[in-house]
Design a protein around this ligand. Structure first.
Ligand SMILES: Cc1cc2nc3c(=O)[nH]c(=O)nc-3n(C[C@H](O)[C@H](O)[C@H](O)COP(=O)(O)O)c2cc1C
Length: 320
């Protein structure tokens, strides 16, 4: 792997999904066959992700992206334990044949807007068959139940002032924001119009949010049930309870790419897994395979309109 190959692979890996688009992963080419994977300083979520589980999953997601991108260039790598202070080490093992998911690595995107009519017949069944760790639910009642739980759990999260402050710090609510195209969640990615984004910036402020909440208006402003209900399906993503989050993140990226390969767009609703009451309600209604934990719940379908442009750090900043 030449330095030029390495830069190209990192550029593709950078398009991997990461929590809040914090892009926590840095890459160091040790030699032609060895890459160190490192944590970028400050790119964690101490309030929203106090145990670091989502950031670890994000590293796994980025590493999976790296392996797929390398494979597309004929280079096989494996991920191994990192040395002191490293997240992981990637080691070249020879030549690879391209991963079938490679063609969608650059085009997969989170879609947070409404969905169009249902996908082609058979697509959801194919997804179920290819991803046994997804429980795909397409009955309107089931989707509505998930939508309602998501709104309740989200509002609970928003009531935490520290969580709101951290989220706001990663939001880029106007195109004038210097990091609009770089990282975090911009208004376009969140499916917000300019006016909605402007409003969100006000609503999420301390005191404003509490006042609206006392008036019973906060739920209507943070809720997204109508969007969730428009989904063709929701998919519960269960993984072994003892699986390291890094490995879960690798698989997370792959199941998302499977959806993209089938022409489906998705958005995770991780609060449904993080909120114990929502998680319990989902387990009660839909079951939870023995020995697994719920990682996230995707809503999915066909997007109405164009997928947002990716906001990403430059390769020069990602290679150290
Ligand atoms: C561990 C993890 C958790 C995530 N949780 C959520 C979530 O709860 N809600 C959401 O809208 N997106 C969630 N996402 C999606 C990211 O916000 C998204 O991947 C990131 O902003 C990059 O955008 P892209 O997917 O369009 O490339 C999550 C992603 C990861 C890897």
């Amino acid at each position: 792997m030449t330095p030029e190959d390495f830069a190209d692979i990192v550029a593709d890996a950078a398009l991997s999904p990461t929590v809040h688009n914090v892009q926590p992963t840095l890459w160091r080419r040790i030699d032609a066959g060895t890459v160190a994977v490192l944590q970028a300083e400050g790119r964690t979520l101490p309030v929203g992700d106090p145990t670091g589980r989502d950031v670890a999953a994000s590293h796994g997601s980025a590493v999976e992206g790296f392996l797929i991108a390398a494979g597309a260039r004929g280079l096989a790598f494996v991920a191994e334990a990192g040395e002191d202070g490293e997240i992981a080490r990637l080691r070249a093992t020879g030549s690879a044949s391209p991963d079938p998911l490679a063609p969608v690595l650059r085009t997969r995107r989170t879609w947070r807007g409404k969905f169009a009519e249902s996908p082609a017949p058979g697509v959801l069944e194919t997804l179920t068959a290819t991803a046994p760790d997804l429980t795909v639910l397409s009955e309107a009642d089931d989707i509505a139940a998930v939508a309602a739980l998501n709104d309740v759990a989200s509002l609970k999260g928003f009531r935490d002032h520290g969580f709101r402050r951290e989220l706001l710090a990663w939001m880029r609510l106007s195109r004038g924001h210097p990091l609009w195209a770089v990282d975090g969640l911009n208004a376009e990615a969140m499916g917000m119009s300019g006016m909605e984004a402007f409003g969100a910036g006000i609503v999420l402020r301390p005191r404003v949010f509490e006042t609206l909440d006392r008036l019973g208006m906060a739920g209507a402003l943070t809720g997204e049930a109508a969007v969730v209900r428009s989904a063709a399906a929701v998919a519960l993503f269960h993984r072994p309870a003892d699986e390291p989050p890094f490995d879960t993140g690798r698989r997370w990226h792959r199941v998302w790419l499977e959806m993209a390969r089938l022409g489906l767009s998705a958005a995770p609703m991780t609060v449904l897994a993080d909120d114990p009451e929502a998680e319990a309600a989902l387990a009660m209604r839909f079951g939870r395979p023995a020995g697994t934990r719920l990682v996230t719940v995707f809503r999915l379908g066909l997007p109405i309109g164009d997928l947002p442009a990716p906001a990403r750090r430059s390769v020069d900043d990602l290679i150290v």
